[in-house]
Design a protein around this ligand. Structure first.
Ligand code: MN
Length: 362
């Protein structure tokens, strides 16, 4: 469609959970996925995604590896100003220590170069290797200070361990000191919880991803890490991985203790931490009732737009948010203002409000 049948974009659109891949990690993930490690339950899922010759998966792989051509054309077609890029799950978290540290740095160097080529179209979350916490903390510092990236992505558990464990706290220390948000992106449930998800193939986006990542968030809250790191900001996709819906019950039940319950005492209620220390995105949840509930439960200041490119279609996410039955003021917050604030994305870069294009039929 030409310019003549397009109309101005009423708001800048920043999409905040947009996956990419570099060839070196693609090859390393394929090698890893060819194994059969019982401690890595999502090996077979990623083996499927990265090797099967189905047209949809060929498209996903092509679009993951592209940041210059088709991706920008799709963003332009649908009036998306910025992709906040993150290395696709499971990141480097399944690799051996040395390989993971090396590949994380390579990904971040490459990401900085992608952003330098298209500074008004891309921002980026740093990949890190949580399995080597001090190296991960150093990489956060390099990614923020030298590469000027916008945050960190961690794909839920790392070798079946969760970030509330004290060994990972150097990561939180670095993130809090540098005021870096950490996006906890889903992957399949850890080995301990994976078995019952197997029978009907429930490990992935239908249910397992959100069960795993919601558990991770609840563990962080109940561990007390937000008393230790009160300025830490965690971002969750999929409208908060179910947590907003359960906040009343979590708050109600949290003080109920038993002899087998060793939860630490906390300064705030779980719901208060969720509103203070978390933000959520709309990735893969193009559903108005859930969006309206989340605005009421956690506030429009804590919600950001996301597509989950290339796993979900841009057109559906844009139409969902354009047509959301919410005030324009909230739409501006969710489409761009909150991402500009939380991820330090410069305001006004890219397709500014009122100057871009979208299909007239949109
Ligand atoms: Mn995603």
């Amino acid at each position: 469609a030409g310019m003549a049948d397009r109309q101005p974009v009423p708001w800048r659109r920043i999409a905040t959970e947009e996956a990419f891949l570099i060839p070196e990690v693609h090859d390393a993930l394929r090698s890893w996925a060819a194994g059969a490690d019982p401690d890595e339950p999502d090996q077979d899922f990623w083996g499927f995604v990265l090797t099967q010759d189905l047209p949809g998966l060929q498209r996903v792989r092509r679009q993951l590896l592209d940041t210059d051509d088709e991706r920008l054309a799709i963003m332009d077609e649908h009036g998306v100003s910025v992709h906040l890029l993150s290395l696709t799950a499971p990141g480097v978290q399944t690799f051996g220590d040395a390989q993971a540290v090396e590949l994380a740095a390579l990904v971040n160097d490459r990401l900085a170069a992608i952003i330098a080529r298209h500074p008004d179209r891309f921002a980026g979350l740093a990949a890190i290797a949580p399995q080597v916490p001090h190296a991960a903390a150093a990489e956060i510092e390099r990614a923020m200070k030298t590469l000027r990236l916008n945050g960190v992505v961690i794909n839920s558990h790392t070798r079946n361990e969760y970030l509330d464990e004290e060994k990972f706290w150097p990561i939180f220390e670095a993130a809090q000191a540098l005021r870096v948000p950490i996006y906890i992106h889903p992957r399949s449930p850890s080995a301990q919880m994976a078995a019952p998800y197997r029978k009907y193939g429930l490990e992935t986006g239908m249910y397992g991803f959100q069960a795993e990542t919601g558990l991770h968030a609840i563990r962080l809250i109940c561990s007390g890490v937000f008393d230790r790191f009160p300025d830490l900001k965690i971002v969750l996709g999929h409208l908060g991985e179910g947590i907003p819906f359960w906040l009343y019950r979590v708050d109600y039940m949290h003080p109920v203790r038993s002899s087998r319950n060793s939860r630490p005492k906390l300064q705030l209620t779980p719901g208060e931490y969720f509103k203070r220390n978390f933000a959520i995105t709309t990735s893969g949840m193009n559903w108005h009732p859930a969006l309206r509930f989340c605005i009421e439960a956690v506030g429009a200041d804590n919600i950001m737009f996301a597509i989950d490119y290339p796993y979900q279609l841009t057109v559906g996410a844009v139409q969902f948010m354009d047509s959301a039955p919410i005030p324009d003021q909230d739409k501006h917050k969710i489409f761009h203002l909150n991402a500009e604030r939380i991820f330090g994305i410069p305001a006004g870069a890219g397709i500014a409000a009122g100057t871009g294009t979208r299909p007239a039929t949109g």
